[in-house]
Design a protein. Sequence first.
Length: 381
Amino acid sequence: MAMNKKEKTRSTMIEIIQTTKRSPFALLLTMVFLVSMFLFPTTSKSQDLDFSQYYNNPTYYNPAYVGLTMGLKSRLNYRRQWTGLSGDYHSYSFSADIAERSLPGAGGIGIIANQSLAGKGVLKTNTIGIMPSVRIPISKNAIFQLGALASVVTQQLNWDNLVFSDQLDPRWGNIYPTNFPGAARDKVSFPDFSFGGIFQFKPSDDLEGTIGAAVHHLTTPNQSFFEVNAKLPRKYVYNLDFIITIREDQGYYSKRQGFKLNPGMMVQHQSSMLLYTMGMNIYMSNVYLGIWYRNQTLEYDEFSTFTAMAGLNIPFNEQWRMKVMYSYEMNINSNQNFTGPSHEISLIFEFDDIGLIQKRSGGFMAPSSKRSNSPIECSPF
């Protein structure tokens, strides 16, 4: 049976990288192959950076999460991917959002900054943006929220670290100058826009659900370093999760901690990439544990990655807390083991009593003088 284009690309990549253990020349060839995936997006569509702990970086995937619950939240996420390769992939993300309930229809406002480094810094991508949201109450136990992201993306290519095929000698490696004419520019910048919506409901004290959808890169901006049209394809994100309380307690952050389950699923579709993520987190006694699977199909024997997560909730008081979580992602598909595992760390700060505009105190980002009576306003997990 003939392989399709995607299977041929994967097979070629596997063959090249596996030979790097035997030859320095092959190692250089690997760098050429990996970098070419970014240099020539017309033949290989690049996808956005992704995180195993997507639930700890919600505004990155859907700006409608901005201001979804009361207070100020800041998140710092770091991911190291392809650790089995010499040119591994590093991703950084920082976001902060604050809820606002004093203005009718206001959800909140947020900021986000992302950076990815590929091929030992050969390709650097920076994103910075602002995220407003609006809130539409449906009932005391259900709300609908819309959010948008307006950002600027800058991609920079370090030509000094690139190796092209005409520079390589089969025996001595990189010894020749290149005749490659180079790109028209080594930096590209473009505006980028995303939009999303969330429906959150709480039919009972022990059950809460969230359904979300978002579309990224609405204008499909051109990201090419050359004088060609290489549009960044739109990305569609769909998510569904539930928070189930198994055993009630006397207070969410009291000494007797509740027992909560958080099953969820996310689907991402960008160009030819279709990625499913599904799993569950559990929270008990200030400890988080989670198990997640991810792949491009829904068949069990085709799951390509397995992720285990562990973390701590560290409360400073009833309304201020810090969360630290670590995840280990490994390939369980034998054809992808050469890339090595991935590591991810999330650091989250939550301040439930800080608001953007407080009329009584008259201050900016002052402690909130009034708490909402809605049961879905608190941070539930």
